[in-house]
Structure formats: C-alpha cells, structure tokens
Design a protein around this ligand. Structure first.
Ligand code: ZN
Length: 391
C-alpha cells in the first residue's frame, strides 16, 4: 500500500474521531474499493478499529472506524499564570488522569520549571504507554522552534527553549502550542464546536484570545498571529496595555482587568462587601470572589462585571461583523464562573452593534468543557504529530 495514502486515511479518521468508509471516500477522493483496501491494511497494523455504527438514516447504517485508543498515551500540560493542569490521555484524547496545581509564578522561573519537570516525570513513570508530551502555554510562542518568546505580565521567561529542554530531559517528542488554540481544539473535538465549520472560540481568562475556524480549519494568519482579539482596540485613547498599545479589549474585559478594577476601587474606598469577603487582602480578590459578591447583591462587583461584559460584547460584535461565524464559543474562567453577570451585558452590547441578519442564526455558547481542556488539547496536538510514526 502507498504509505502516503495510508497516512492520509489515518489522519482523516483521526480528525473526524469516527469515520465511515463512505465518508472517507468522499473526503479523500479515493475510490471506495481503494479506501476499503487501505482501511484493511490499517486494521491489520492495529492502527484502526471498527466501533459503533452511524445513526440510522435511510439505507444501511455505516460501520464507524476510529484510531486505536491505546496506540499511545500522552501527557498534556497547560501552564497558566495561576495554575497548571496535567493530564494523561489515551490517543483519542480521553482523560485517564488529571491534576491541577498552583504554578507559583512568583517563586521564579527555575522553581516553575522544576515543577513542570517533576509533574511530567511522575506522569511518565505511571504509564509506560506514554509516547509524547504536549505543552500549552498562555505566553507568546514560536511554535516551530518550541520557544516561549515572552510571557505577558510575567517577568523573566524570555526566549525559553521549552520544547528542547523537556525533550532532552525525557527523550520523548514534545510539542509546544498556544493555550487558546489547544482549548479550541478540545472544543472542536469534544465540545459545542463539534461538527461546526465556521466558529470562533474566545477565551476570557487573565488575558483574552481567540481561535478562528474557517471552513473547518484553524486560521493561523500569515505570521501565525491570528486571533489576538485581546489586543484589538476598543478605545484609541484608552488605557495603556501590556502590549504597548492603548485601549486594547484586554485592558477592559479580561479577568486581570476585572480584578484590577475591583482592587483600585477598594483602594479608593468604594463601599463593597468584597473588602470583608477577602479580609482586606487584595491577593484574595479572584473572579470567583467577585462573582460571589455580585450574587449577594454587591453593587460594585455587579457594575464591574457588567462593564466588562459590555466591552466583551463590543469585541465579539467586531468578530461577528468581520467573519459572520455560525457560532461563538466562550471559554476560560471568566465566562465559566461569571455566567449571566457577564453574558447579559455581553448580549445586550453585541446585539446593538451587529446586523440582525448575521445574528439571527448565530449561536453564542459558554463552553461546557472543564478547566482541563487546554491540557487535553495539547495532548491531541501531540497525537496528531505522532501519527506518521506508526507507518
Ligand atoms: Zn494590547
């Protein structure tokens, strides 16, 4: 069998999670008989298995194929400014184990690095099937070299050759990917974006980012920088952003911005139950604490969340007007925790700034995936890279 064709079919099956022979023929353009022969070869090699059947439509139900889940296991790790999540997954991205630990970023680069290595090491020790490591970072990365170029709002961490360091340490292939994109990939595989061709995944956590899917493909941009929604301008003369520009969306609607506004308000003596709730310790002000305050009627917490929602709605209106997607999926801690405190003003704001026609069919959804989605997506990126190795 032609190796390239085998790989093409294997990749198509992996991409679709479950694929029928007829669907593969349509997707690849190969004759059905050739597809059958290729699939038979892949099954003989133990790479592909038959699973369930497609939902009954008119005619025969089709047998569905999937890539063998135990082809390899993977470590996925998402390194965030506050926490890191470590998962071990099977080849299809099913989470076998899951861990969340504080990143302790203030203790310095070496400390965090030791922590990363310790966690990856422990995961590898526990599972002999692990064949690769996927790392998701929220900083600015060079995907080709696997380098973290810099990490906004985190001192140090400039030009860190993450991929090389981890690869040398463990002797396994490593891939470094942007967290927003790994989260979006998980959403596309397992979440509300599944089966959608044109959607934008928007992450609102400490920063704001987006992954744009056009015709079922992630749009990377000419310099691999597409999706920097957080640094689109919503006020030309606005406050200074960490990127050097003024009035970026991130300055008004990110988790960091929300927390910062609360901190400043409390410092200036604004009356709020948050002073008591956090025992006057600014470090205890979290999105969760702010939402809890809003829930019990705290006007200040409510207003700050409302304003962030309005700004976010403006940012999302820009996406909708520009791309006319079928869905916007909101991921990250802020929408997950704040829910309607953020969504109500968000809808209000973006409906007023978009054409009725482009919004009437638009779905705006809050991701239902857990906080481990970024790590799981990183594992899937690694799995995709490993596929050619099996042929
Ligand atoms: Zn900016």
């Amino acid at each position: 069998m032609n190796k390239e064709d085998l790989l093409g079919v294997l990749q198509a099956i992996y991409e679709q999670s479950q694929a029928s022979r007829t669907g593969l023929a349509e997707k690849t353009g190969f004759a059905p008989s050739y597809i059958s022969a290729l699939v038979a070869d892949l099954r003989r090699r133990g790479l592909v298995e038959e699973g369930g059947r497609s939902p009954s439509r008119a005619g025969r139900r089709r047998v569905l194929l999937h890539v063998a889940p135990d082809l390899a296991h993977l470590v996925g790790i998402r390194i965030g400014r506050a926490n890191m999540r470590i998962v071990v997954t099977d080849f299809l991205g099913k989470v076998l184990s899951l861990k969340k630990i504080p990143t302790n970023i203030t203790m310095g680069e070496q400390h965090v690095f030791n922590l990363i290595e310790q966690e990856i090491g422990a995961a590898i020790k526990s599972d002999s099937l692990i064949k690769g490591i996927g790392i998701a970072m929220s900083g600015v990365i060079d995907r080709n070299s696997g380098t973290l170029l810099f990490w906004p709002k985190v001192p140090g961490w400039i030009d860190v050759p993450l991929k090389r360091r981890i690869q040398n340490k463990f002797g396994l292939p490593v891939v470094l990917e942007d967290t927003v994109r790994t989260m979006a990939l998980a959403e596309e595989k397992f979440g509300d974006a599944k089966g959608r061709n044109n959607f934008v995944y928007v992450v609102v956590s400490m920063g704001i980012g987006a992954a744009i899917y056009i015709n079922n493909r992630l749009y990377l941009g000419a310099d691999d920088l597409a999706g920097e929604l957080g640094h689109t301008t919503i006020d030309e003369r606005g406050e200074l952003c960490s990127c050097g520009n003024r009035g970026c969306l991130e300055v008004y609607a990110s988790g960091w911005a929300i927390i910062n506004r609360i901190k400043m308000g409390l410092q200036q003596g604004v009356h709020s139950s948050l002073s008591q709730l956090t025992e006057n310790n600014p470090d205890r002000i979290s999105i969760e604490a702010i939402v809890n305050a809003a829930k019990v009627g705290d006007q200040f917490a409510h207003t700050v969340l409302w304003e962030a929602g309005v700004h976010l709605g403006t940012g999302i209106a820009t996406i909708v007007n520009l791309l006319n997607p079928e869905a916007i999926v909101l991921g990250g801690e802020v929408p997950r925790v704040a829910k309607n405190f953020l969504l109500k003003p968000l809808f209000h704001s973006f409906r007023g700034r978009t054409f009725h026609r482009s919004v009437s069919n638009l779905k705006v959804l809050v991701s239902r995936l857990g906080g481990e989605a970024g790590a799981t997506g990183a594992a899937i990126v690694m799995a995709e890279k490993l596929l050619p190795e099996f042929l």
